[in-house]
Write a protein that binds this ligand. Structure first.
Ligand code: ADP
Ligand code: C5P
Ligand code: MG
Length: 219
């Protein structure tokens, strides 16, 4: 009997997983969405290239970092905690970021989203998949040297509290220790489209265009 129940449990787990896969792209309100994750180290040019992709390929850009900064400004309960985490270059608990991403996708009429700067660690990745059931179409990875990223961040001039050399070093460490493993995970699923992001903006976008054009051709 015990063995039967165990087998039944296993079978039900498989069925639930299959349903989840099928429900790929569903938000709490039932809206179906197409998602591309845009990853890369701090200063690799994610935001810059996302603006170009929006213009050419009809996606809506959602930067997890921007959503968190807006949450601080809105005076939310979590504001102080988020501000402290960002100052230290640490990753905010997934439930906070996922809620912001879900809300933003529900509120927007578009159904194609670039999610920039998320998932940043294994917890982000697994929680997003569990809560939303959304599997990304692919993962765009901007590969850039730390030297170049540091140069770019130090001349970004957006008044960000985390764009100082002390926090930058912490963010690089978090990227290597927590974010690169997420990219490796998606590599094992053959989802990663790697771009040499060390080149000038226009050249990087040519490579990005080639990736998105091949998707367009398939639809
Ligand atoms: P991220 O969103 O990955 O942190 P940003 O898009 O904000 O990076 O870019 C960081 C800074 O570098 C910005 O000031 C941006 O104008 C600049 N930048 C972006 N891409 C390039 C590039 N390919 N070459 C030189 N500077 C760049
Ligand atoms: O992507 P961006 O550089 O704007 O992120 C700034 C900061 O926001 C990160 O260093 C981190 O503290 C926080 N963040 C986070 N979780 C994410 C994305 C950003 O905690 N998924
Ligand atoms: Mg950015």
């Amino acid at each position: 009997m015990k063995k039967f129940l165990r087998l039944l449990g296993k079978f039900m787990g498989t069925v639930i997983d299959a349903v989840k896969q099928e429900a790929n792209g569903c938000l709490p309100n039932g809206k179906k969405v197409q998602v591309v994750f845009v990853l890369g180290g701090p200063g690799s040019g994610k935001g810059t290239q996302c603006a170009n992709i929006v213009e050419h390929f009809g996606f809506t850009h959602l930067s997890a970092g921007d959503l968190l900064r807006a949450e601080i400004k809105s005076g939310s309960q979590n504001g102080e905690m988020i501000q402290n985490m960002i100052k230290e270059g640490k990753i905010v608990p997934s439930e906070v970021t996922i809620k912001l991403l879900q809300q933003a996708m529900q509120e927007n009429a578009n159904d194609k989203f670039l999610i920039d700067g998320f998932p940043r660690n294994e917890e982000n990745r697994a929680a997003f998949e569990k809560v939303t059931g959304i599997i990304p179409e692919f993962v765009l990875f901007f590969d850039c040297s730390e030297e170049e990223m540091e140069r770019r961040i130090l001349s970004r001039n957006q008044g960000r509290e985390d764009d100082n050399i002390e926090t930058i070093r912490k963010r690089f460490k978090v990227f290597v220790e927590s974010s690169l493993p997420v990219i490796e995970y998606y590599e094992s699923k053959e989802k990663v489209r790697k771009i040499d992001a060390g080149k000038p903006i226009g050249e990087v976008f040519e490579a990005v265009k080639a990736v998105f054009s091949s998707i367009d051709a398939k639809v």
